[in-house]
Design a protein around this ligand. Structure first.
Ligand code: GLN
Length: 543
């Protein structure tokens, strides 16, 4: 089979779920037995999103090979079996960086370096590289058609169709069909305009994914078909779904996989969507509910913790539990009495983060969880705060802190290692990507993973200061995960507690709905058990 390429562009406005649609399309094509990969091309100038604020960009997703990428790559991994690598996400910044490096090296000697063909060639080259090992590459163009900065990408994919042969390339355009309340109508004009804009740059979409609040009726599909020059059966209705994991089934119900395969001339087995149907049915029939407080800084935008939210939901699915997330701004936690903010939750989680703001609230939340036997999960900064809390309140090391928050603490229990001290540039220089970790026999971590060595993804500069390892362990904080050279503490846990564990890595990046991460499965189980025990206790008390 010749390699096939599907390009997905977006129209009208952002946040319509282009990434999710690309991911769900990947799921349906995998269900037909095809091997796929997803690629995201981002038109902004940053070389990667690693230095952007979560407020600007949402979560930074980390790949196995240590690239800081767009959060859509998280969707791609969660909906498919593929593993995203550095090649699966590139930006205008990255494209220009390579072209300019080549220009300085003299590779274009004598020639003028231009957007067409040099920038567009580099874009096309990267698409080919990303698609190397698969049957179909699904390539999402970030942003919205009409954005100035997106033009070179559109030009590149227009040319790509000619280069690869029109029979091997498909264009899908995702648009909005808004419902206007005052007139009680769905409107097609924004879609018409958006397709017109796409045609102005030489791209005629083959399929339209029409996002709307409700199903798009036949007469409107006809209208869109006529105005946009797309067959009526290729106008796909993609209404809001109750849960994102319904999307693969929804696309299949709309015959999207058949249409795509027919247009690309691919013969494939029929779709096996059973894992997804099972999953959705479990999602819709939870037997219990748990409430978990996420004590963080970026609580106003849940996109910041995208993979974390999903991983917790996956842990819920594995336990038949609906997981209610309560986002608690750690700055608002009363340090002397956190029960106001945390009194009615079944579990507490402190996620990753940067910067001092809100850290004292996080430390108070950790102490509250530790002293009140509330299941606690710390991730990355969460682990570092566990160590600070333990050092201060159990070991009595007053003034213990992370070097990140205090340049001169009395006890720097969280410290920069030598490699990080030499770092001068901010971009791409943290400890990034997958690292092995050895698990201590007889620990909770070992039991949960049921393995001696694991690999997890990292994104941080600071580490537990090795000078304090012995004191922390002697005081009762078990270091259950170690770097293979036994220099770095990767997991810490408490023994006499229902569930208290923190890891320096980000397990949420590796959780998938069809393969929930063991730490999240175990944590949600413990949270549900703690809730049941508490309810039983309350019943006994009132009896
Ligand atoms: N700010 C901390 C560090 O850089 C933790 C980072 C994180 O939580 N991802 O080490």
């Amino acid at each position: 089979m010749r390699k096939k390429y599907i390009f997905i562009t977006g129209g009208v406005l952002s946040s319509l779920g282009k990434g999710l649609s690309a991911a769900a399309l990947g799921a349906v094509l995998e269900a037909r037995g095809l091997s796929i990969t997803n690629v995201k091309m981002d038109p902004y100038i940053n070389v990667d999103p690693g230095t952007m604020s979560p407020y600007q960009h949402g979560e930074v997703f980390v790949t196995e090979d240590g690239c800081e990428t767009d959060l859509d790559l998280g969707h791609y991994e969660r909906f498919t079996t593929s593993t995203m690598l550095v090649r699966n996400n590139f930006t205008t910044g990255k494209i220009y960086q390579s072209v300019i490096e080549r220009e300085r090296a003299g590779d274009y000697l004598g020639r003028t370096v231009q957007v067409i063909p040099h920038i567009t060639d580099e874009i096309k080259r990267r698409i080919l590289v990303a698609a190397e090992d698969v049957d179909i590459a699904i390539v999402e163009v970030g942003g919205t058609v009409g954005d100035i900065e997106g033009l070179p990408f559109l030009e590149a994919i227009r040319q790509f169709r000619m280069d690869a042969g029109p029979e091997n390339v498909l264009f899908i355009h995702l648009t909005l069909v808004p419902y206007i309340k005052t007139s009680g109508e769905l409107k097609t004009k924004p879609t018409q305009h958006s397709v017109k804009q796409l045609r102005e740059v030489g791209i005629q979409p083959d399929l339209l994914f029409c996002r709307s609040e409700m199903e798009i009726p036949k007469d409107l599909r006809q209208k869109i078909s006529r105005f946009c020059n797309v067959e009526e059966r290729d106008v796909i209705s993609v209404p809001d779904v109750a849960h994102i994991y319904e999307l693969p089934m929804k696309l299949h119900a709309e015959d999207v996989d058949d249409r795509v395969l027919e247009k690309l001339g691919i013969w494939a087995s029929s779709a096996d969507l059973e894992p997804w149907t099972d999953l959705v049915s479990r999602l819709h029939h939870p037997t219990k509910t748990v409430r978990i407080a996420i004590c963080g800084k970026y609580v106003h935008l849940t996109d910041t913790y995208k993979s974390l939210n999903e991983a917790l939901a996956h842990g819920g699915i594995a336990n038949g539990a609906a997981v209610d997330l309560v986002f608690v701004d750690s700055e608002t936690i009363d340090i002397d009495d956190p029960s106001g903010a945390l009194g009615d939750v079944d579990g507490i989680l402190v996620p990753g983060g940067f910067g001092v703001r809100g850290t004292e609230g996080k430390i108070a939340a950790i102490r509250y969880a530790r002293e009140n036997s509330i299941p606690f999960f710390g991730i990355c900064l969460g682990l570092q705060m566990v160590v600070v809390e333990f050092a201060r309140n159990v070991l009595g090391l007053t003034g213990a802190n992370s070097r990140e928050f205090d340049p001169n603490p009395t006890h720097a229990v969280i410290e920069l290692m030598n490699e990080q001290r030499e770092v001068t540039q901010k971009g791409g220089t943290m400890r990034l990507g997958s690292y092995p970790c050895d698990l201590g026999e007889g620990t909770r971590a070992h039991a949960i993973y049921d393995a001696g060595t694991i690999e997890e993804r990292h994104r941080h500069r600071f580490e537990v200061n090795p000078a304090h390892h012995a004191a922390l362990q002697d005081g009762g904080l078990v270091i259950s995960g170690w770097s293979p050279d036994r220099v770095l503490a990767e997991i810490v846990e408490l023994k006499d507690h229902p569930w208290f564990l923190a890891c320096q890595f980000h397990p949420e990046f590796k959780s998938r709905p069809l393969a929930p991460h063991p730490l999240f499965t175990s944590y949600i189980k413990a949270v549900a058990e703690a809730k049941r025990a508490r309810q039983r206790g309350a019943q006994v008390a009132t009896a």
